[in-house]
Design a protein. Structure first.
Length: 34
C-alpha cells in the first residue's frame, strides 16, 4: 500500500506531466511533416 501511495505522489508532479505533453506535441509535428 505504501508503494502505491508513493507512485501516486510521483504522478502528481506537474513537471513529469509537462514532459509527457511536450513529447505528444513532437509526435504531432512529425505526423504533419509526413
Amino acid at each position: 500500500f505504501f508503494f502505491l501511495k508513493k507512485k501516486k505522489k510521483k504522478k502528481k508532479k506537474k513537471k513529469k506531466k509537462k514532459k509527457k505533453k511536450k513529447k505528444k506535441k513532437k509526435k504531432k509535428e512529425k505526423k504533419k511533416k509526413k
